[in-house]
Design a protein around this ligand. Structure first.
Ligand code: NAD
Length: 482
């Protein structure tokens, strides 16, 4: 069994304890990673703090390092992608794609101009606003897209001038540990630390006095705990949390077209994406057509081991999540829902679940009210558009939402009434660095993408250069605001 190491102060590190990592497609342990001790975390944080001073002021060096990181990711994409598939379950092209996407992210942030904003430039003063890196960032990540989520923090944090101490999920630590190994000789010691371990290591990171910022991606429940811990010494927090995205289909939409375009944003990565479509609202009279089209699509998809050629949907990542999806679907069916397709787990050793479309789902069913994060989609009916909007908004989640219609203007009007950080028209799950990705309500705190990520890892600094006498010298009086 392959053993992977942590990266602390630029060196490989093992621990007395280890975590075993299961391949969800087979249920078998295939790798081990260290279970970071508290002493090791202290050493890691201290080295990240030391490294910050040499790192933060040299943008050209950071840019060169980020380009080298991108090159290294691309050169190792096949191996890293395979590991992502083996520990997470996603089909191999998606595993490799997540590595290539991370490489592009490094280059994009390496070249990003962070503007120095002039707010006054006259006889009295030159006043500029610059961004200053906040220090060591503790990055704590989930299991759904390990490399993508990690580099979503590393790339902007490096561009901002911060150093990063990164902890992946205990379910998917391998590709991140390997990332640390691959980048060990490229990134200066202490600039990128990778520690592996259980939830307790995450908690120590949030309570540790050295990090000045926490970049957390994960569930709402943990995000709340992270926020409480961060408050003790006023660490900055960026929380990217769960979603329960609604898709509202309007009565002028073409059911077959909608089903075709909506299926993958709901089922990609077996539904284990924060901004996946998790609830579909259709007009009563369109229910049958939409459900039939979605069910046909679900039947045609190849489910299997992500390493097998042609696999389109892999397993659910871990046993607790597999049990949760099974329970949510069984409970909905007990309460009167009907599975138009699927509804059951698939026999075998892996955590496979049939792609499932549910109709006739009762109000107050958990699969509607909670984030299922799995390959099961409830289709709900509505009578009026205001009612659909109200029901879509009747939740503490607020990550994404979409509206589907033959009339994009009409759809946009509805979309803007939805309480979600991103609203899409006739698409879902599209992101761009030109726009913030924000979780409204309980779905997050702060925004990611583009300059918004930079704002999360920097504080604004006002540089006020006086060009005249002070107010007191000019007038003999104190300024009124005093
Ligand atoms: P999780 O909250 O269980 O775990 C996330 C990470 O937090 C893990 O590394 C875990 O070890 C660590 N952790 C657990 N307890 C901790 C504590 N008390 N203090 C500090 N760290 C702790 O989430 P998960 O099950 O791994 O991920 C799935 C969730 O992530 C879903 O809700 C999904 O929607 C969300 N997610 C959100 C985004 C986004 O950008 N909004 C992206 C991906 C995933």
């Amino acid at each position: 069994m392959t053993q992977y190491t942590m990266t602390i102060d630029g060196q490989p590190a093992s621990s007395p304890g280890t975590l075993k990592v299961i391949n969800p497609a087979t249920g078998e342990v295939f790798a081990e990673v260290p279970d970071c001790t508290r002493e090791q975390l202290d050493v890691a944080m201290e080295s990240a703090q030391r490294a910050f001073n040499g790192w933060k002021d040299d943008y050209e060096k950071r840019r060169a390092v980020m380009y080298a990181c991108a090159d290294a990711l691309e050169a190792n994409a096949e191996e890293l992608g395979r590991l992502a598939t083996m520990e997470q379950g996603m089909p191999l092209p998606a595993g490799i794609g997540s590595v290539m996407g991370a490489a592009r992210n490094f280059r994009w942030y390496a070249d990003l101009d962070i503007p120095r904003v002039t707010v006054q430039d006259d006889d009295a003063a030159l006043i500029e606003i610059v961004r200053r890196p906040i220090g060591v960032i503790a990055a704590i990540k989930p299991w759904n897209v390990p490399i993508g989520m990690a580099v979503n923090t590393i790339a902007p944090a490096f561009r901002a001038g911060c150093t990063v101490v990164l902890k992946p999920s205990p379910y998917t630590p391998v590709v991140t540990a390997r990332l640390g190994e691959v980048l060990r000789d490229i990134v200066p010691a202490g600039v990128l630390t990778v520690v592996t371990g259980g939830n307790g290591v995450g908690q120590w990171m949030t309570e540790h006095p050295i990090p000045r910022g926490i970049s957390f991606t994960g569930s709402i429940a943990t995000g709340k705990r992270v926020n409480v811990a961060a408050a003790a010494d006023l660490k900055r927090v960026l929380l990217e949390l769960g979603g329960n995205d609604a898709a509202i289909v309007l009565d002028d939409a073409d059911p077959a077209d909608v089903a075709e375009k909506l299926f993958w944003p709901a089922f990609r990565n077996s539904g284990q994406i924060c901004m996946a479509v998790k609830r579909v609202f259709v007009p009563e009279e369109m229910e049958q057509l939409v459900v039939a089209a979605l069910a046909a699509k679900a039947r045609s998809v190849k489910v299997g081991n992500g390493l097998d050629e042609g696999t389109e949907l892999g397993p659910i990542n871990n046993k607790p999540q597999f049990d949760r999806v099974k329970d949510l679907v069984a409970e909905a069916i007990e309460q009167g829902a009907v599975a138009a397709v699927g509804g059951h787990s698939i026999e075998g050793d892996g955590y496979f679940f049939e792609p499932t479309i549910l109709t006739g789902v009762a109000e107050d069913t958990r699969i509607v009210d909670e984030e299922q994060f799995g390959p099961a989609l409830p289709v709900l009916t509505y009578r009026t558009v205001p009612e659909a909007i109200e029901r879509a908004n009747a939740t503490n989640y607020g990550l994404g939402a979409s509206v589907w219609s033959a009339d994009p203007l009409r759809a946009a009007e509805v979309a803007e009434k939805l309480e979600a950080g991103t609203v899409w028209v006739n698409t879902h799950m599209q992101l761009t660095h030109d726009a913030p990705f924000t979780g409204m309500k309980h779905s997050g705190l702060g925004s990611e993408m583009g300059l918004w990520s930079i704002y999360a890892y920097t504080d604004p600094q006002t540089v006020y250069r006086s060009r005249s006498q002070t107010v007191r010298e000019r007038t003999g009086e104190a300024p009124e605001a005093w």
